[in-house]
Design a protein around this ligand. Structure first.
Ligand SMILES: NC(=O)c1ccc[n+]([C@@H]2O[C@H](COP(=O)([O-])OP(=O)(O)OC[C@H]3O[C@@H](n4cnc5c(N)ncnc54)[C@H](O)[C@@H]3O)[C@@H](O)[C@H]2O)c1
Length: 482
């Protein structure tokens, strides 16, 4: 009698079955079905878990539903289902408990950014990762977008010499930026505010580009645009508490849940269970996060970062300037050139409601601004050269598809840029944001060591430069391309 064939697929349990989980769940059902399978779901909300059950049934025809667990039964899920890995896509403040419990059972973790929201939970996760045999990956998809990878490649090749300073400005427009003021992100306890929730992407990019460790942070920030007080100050009249009760067609800040079958199924039909309102008015009470922020960060090498984030811009994108001893790199990216409907004028031009969860490409570019990116290298004593970047329209500048390959068909050894991010990368980027929050509270600079004593003395499990060296930086230097 021959033995039953061994199933080569890795088994993934999903914790948090809202919007973001679909990227990974759908990928497993489609492009990675030969190497991966979903085996369990866990969420506070049964309706959202049902959405995923139906999705799986539609795609793979599976008739038997996946086992579904409530948060109180998470340990039970780990023990009985015994997944190879958990995918953590719950709200940010709950990541740490799920991550630590999985690592303590030797189960691999794929966790969405931010790794967590504050310094104490960074310390808990780091301790669990150090004592566990399992691997943790933080899904920093921006590392994978070709333009950001090109910056890393140029820096690795030493094109601008030793880095002395970075200037980094990020603009969120009134579609994407506004979305953080509608739901759980609007409370700092849930998201760490945008210094953690959003800027974790940006601080990670800079940490990775520079292969350096941040040491001190001095920040300023406040709520200047969204929220009830700002609306009163600007003479915006009384508004319904949520878009569902508003004239969504004529309000540039409304989110039409009923008009989108996906948003309806994930949120509107699910809210009776837990009261999670996905479409709260961005000018209502109760917002405890900032919408305009600036930070000055110092690095171990002596390099500095000047950073700013604005969440109500008329266009979406970012600008980075990196200064080195031998020249300068400049990256200009426009992800969405304009938003129809006048920001600040509540009754804007009628327009189809944009779905903030649908990625950046929304409306055709009009006017003088064009969507796309431009990367310029200028070495001292030479004119600037434009570096060709394979720009892609898909989510996060083409980052998501590459990230998925790295997650589900891991080939870390083949990546000369060392893009797969481990727990220490996640911790370092959260600590910059957490220190910025602390700096806001104290109105003075904060040393990251104060929030996480001994961090720098802890051995790095995968030292960045070793990882790069082991995976082909020499090839980059000699052959000029990754
Ligand atoms: N990398 C990116 O570009 C990107 C994009 C979007 C979201 N995200 C991240 O993905 C995560 C989820 O975001 P989202 O937009 O899907 O939010 P969401 O609100 O759509 O989904 C969150 C889910 O978590 C569930 N949940 C809440 N508290 C829970 C708890 N204690 N235990 C278990 N489940 C709980 C909710 O019921 C919901 O189903 C966040 O960490 C976010 O930062 C990352």
């Amino acid at each position: 009698m021959s033995a039953a064939p061994v199933d080569p697929r890795r088994r993934y349990a999903f914790v948090g079955t809202g919007h973001r989980a679909e990227l990974y769940f759908d990928a497993i059902l489609h492009g990675y079905a030969d190497v991966a399978e979903p085996v369990a779901l866990c969420d506070t909300n049964a309706t959202r878990m049902t959405y995923y059950q139906r999705l799986r049934q539609r795609v793979s025809g599976a008739s038997k539903p996946l086992p579904a667990f409530r948060p109180g039964d998470y340990e039970d899920m780990l023990a009985t289902v015994r997944p190879d890995a958990v995918v953590v896509t719950t709200i940010d403040a709950s990541h740490a408990d799920y991550v630590v419990a999985a690592l303590d059972r030797g189960i691999d973790v794929i966790v969405e950014k931010p790794l967590t929201v504050d310094a104490p939970s960074c310390r808990r996760i780091a301790a669990a990762a150090r004592r566990s045999s399992a691997r943790l990956v933080v899904t920093f998809n921006y590392r994978y977008s070709p333009r950001n990878a090109s910056v890393k490649e140029l820096l690795l090749r030493g094109e601008i010499g030793e880095i002395t300073s970075v200037h980094f400005e990020w603009l969120l427009d009134t579609v994407h930026g506004a979305d953080y003021f509608r739901r759980w992100h609007r409370e700092k306890a849930n998201s760490g505010g945008l210094f953690v929730h959003k800027a974790t992407h940006h601080f990670d990019l800079v940490n990775w580009w520079l292969a350096d460790t941040p040491t001190t942070v001095y920040a300023h920030g406040s709520l200047r645009f969204y929220g009830a007080e700002n609306a009163n100050r600007r003479g915006i009249g009384r508004r319904p508490e949520r878009s569902h009760d508003a004239d969504t067609a004529n309000d540039p800040f409304a989110l039409d849940l009923a008009g989108s079958p996906r948003l309806r199924a994930l949120y509107l039909d699910a809210e009776r269970e837990d009261g999670y309102l996905r479409d709260r008015d961005v000018f209502s009470q109760g917002i405890t996060i900032e919408d305009n922020m600036a930070a000055l960060v110092r690095y171990d090498s002596g390099a500095s970062l000047t950073y700013s984030l604005n969440a109500h811009a008329p266009w979406e994108g970012y600008r980075v300037g990196i200064n080195g001893t031998e020249g300068r790199l400049e990256l200009d990216v426009c992800e969405r050139a304009s938003v129809a409907g006048r920001a600040g004028d509540i009754v804007g031009t009628p327009r189809p409601a944009l779905d903030p969860t649908a990625g950046s490409a929304g409306e055709p570019a009009t006017g003088s601004r064009r969507e796309g990116s431009r990367l310029l290298l200028q070495r001292h004593w030479q004119p600037a050269t434009e570096i060709d970047v394979a720009d892609e329209a898909s989510a996060h500048g083409g980052g998501d598809p590459r990230l998925l390959d790295d997650l589900f068909r891991p080939g870390r050894d083949a990546d000369p840029l060392g893009r797969a991010a481990g727990y220490r990368d996640g911790v370092l980027s959260v600590l910059v944001g957490a220190s910025a929050n602390e700096s806001l509270a104290r109105a003075s600079p904060v040393a990251i060591d104060e929030l996480y004593p001994g961090l720098r003395a802890e051995p790095d499990p995968e030292p960045h430069e070793d990882r790069i060296r082991a995976t082909g930086a020499a090839r980059l230097t000699n052959e000029g391309s990754a």
